[in-house]
Write a protein that binds this ligand. Sequence first.
Ligand code: 3HC
Ligand code: NAI
Length: 704
Amino acid sequence: MGAAPLASAVTTVRTGAILVVTINNPPVNALGQAVRQGLAAAMQQAEADDAVAAVLLVAAGKAFIAGADIREFGKPAVPPSLPEVCRSMEECSKLVVAAIHGAALGGGLEVAMSAHYRLALPGAKLGLPEVLLGLLPGSGGTQRAPRLMGVKAATELMLSGKQLGAKAALQAGLVDRLAEGDDALAAGLAYANELLAQKAPLRRTRDIAIADPAAALAELEQLKAETAKKSRGLFSPLKIIECVQAAVQQPFDQGLATERALFLECLDSPQRAGLVHAFFAEREVAKIPEAKLAAPRPFSTIAVIGGGTMGAGITVSALDAGFAVTMIERDAESIARGQANVEKVYNGLIAKGRMTPEAKAAIMARYTPTTRYEDIAQVDLVIEAVFEDLEVKKAVFRELDRVCKSGAVLATNTSYLDIDAIADATKRPQDVIGLHFFSPANIMKLLEIVVPSKVSPDVVATAFELAKKLKKVPVRAGVCDGFIGNRILAVYKQAADFIMEDGASPYEIDAAVRAFGYPMGPFQVTDLAGGDIGWATRKRRAATRNPLARYVEVADRICERGWYGQKTGRGFYLYPEGVRVGQNDPEVLAIVDAERAKKGVTPRAFTQEEILRRYMAAMVNEGAKVVAEGIALRPLDVDVTFVAGYGFPRHRGGPMKWADMQGLPSILADIEAFAKEDPLFWQPAPLLVQLVKEGRNFDSLNQG
Ligand code: 3HC
Ligand code: NAI
């Protein structure tokens, strides 16, 4: 037995006739240059050493290999390339076995598929998630997966980015053997020795024939048609299908060349840049100053105050994460309604066959409804979701202050209200924080964690820990009217109103915003959320509105008619019974015309591009103000807020990333041009002006 360290990221040690190659590149064994070089050298070592009959690939740490090193994308490629490494494994004259524990994703699975045999441990997760980063498997995955799993299953795996557990991977043909336990090395050695004893052939994936090519091509045509509809302008899904078509139609090496060319096209695409930014930004948001100062408080029980739309959704989210939840409502009738709101979610799952009544009963056993605050005296964490009224909320917090044990975290789900004022209603403002969930709270990923001035760092850390347990994406926000998301939304919604009053119909604006990649336009969102909600806010703010500021009254005219959107059957759109997508309403257009006439506006035409330039400039400009004021820690926090909570197209990275990719000078130039029409609304954010002057972008503020 002799040890020969190659590079620290990959070590080799010979055990009998088996060369054990261990990848050790924390945290997730990404295939950075050192790993690729180490693997290439290990394969050369195996070829050169007559005492080696087989190679066993294993990995240290929590993952097998999480894929290519995403941080290297966009930088000059340094050899050896991953396709070369994979080829050297597949063509190795010694038996190559991969023992997979944890994640084998993207390039990690491509490495495994280049081995001659694969074994998986119980916790293994196998997948080709490149599509989620705007890419396609670029190291032979599109050619090898169809050979191992069949064309349809492989293509679906690549188009969805889903991960298969060990058993599913065995059934799919991706692995050959399952092992018990958690010792990949021992299981791998046993398997490799068994294969050697059997004189198992060098089974190269490239040599496997694709069954029934004609049927496979027909399946691909069908997937192509479905994907073109579903992928809404995404670039890489259709390229994946092209690669699989090549796998069926071309010899293996030619298929690899096709894959390489299409991979490089994806790598260069702005969609890849946007999606990779979103991937890292979603991880960066949890890096907050408070995490360095304090550990989270322990918590296992949760109370939710209010069982309406949000309270019920938050309750479901907490129950789903395994917490015991007590819900407080005002009276027996409201408690019954709150419980019905919670059960409705689970009943829906049962109706769809996605939950059993027994599973529901087990979850509901952790749920306790009550009207008495005394019942939550020992609860660790309270989330208030009562009416959006400062006095009502203050009264609730006074009650919480009276009954809750010392050290309990007291959170409010307010959308706009001053959390400092809510905290000051208690004698323990250090324990009070904002937890702004989004509707439906059991589904939406975003959780704005709003940090008032007196809150203690361990409460902030606790809120981030809660987000992790609830599987939410947390973003730290400062206190202001609307925090990060709703504050910026209010501004670009106003821009949309101005565009409407100046000449574009709400339907044209929604269409332009959808063409950008949003699932819905702003007027569709108003109809979905209920027009009355925004109307109430506008009425509340009427007294403090700057009388010189432009104000569009169309939405008020619509609400005055009782047209609150989907729930009333009409809003900006018409929703006759049974119709899912709203229909254009000539009466709404007449209202818009009447408002224009009242204001003396001569309507003019807007192209989709003109609509978007205003809409996005408003969003980015307010985003810059939110960053400069410290309401968002960094531009990437704004990006994550919009991608995770407001339907911003993920492949564009978020508004600030999008702005960087457009070039900040052009956005500033637009704002300055629009300011000639309305200098009060279009005031360039000083941060934007400064960055343009210094030739920098928003991303320069994300570092460090
Ligand atoms: N490259 C570089 N860094 C990576 C990485 C990768 N492929 N995958 C994860 N990381 C980093 C994360 O950024 C994070 O860094 P941080 O601690 O500095 O924030 C750290 O590793 C830990 O990651 P997570 O916080 O996500 O840890 P989890 O345990 O929650 O999840 C995981 C682990 C399931 C592996 C998850 O990180 C993941 O899904 N990673 C991406 C997998 C992927 O998309 N692979 C395909 C890459 S593209 C490719 O392979 C192209 C090829 O076909 C040529
Ligand atoms: P809702 O009207 O659906 O529910 C409020 C519930 O609170 C009602 O069931 C009511 O009976 C209960 N309630 C009122 N006073 C109470 C008290 N003193 N004690 C106990 N229960 C009381 O309202 P919704 O939409 O759930 O909103 C709740 C909060 O969440 C508000 O602050 C709102 O701004 C915020 N929010 C709402 C979002 C939405 O999309 N609806 C999104 C994010 C936050």
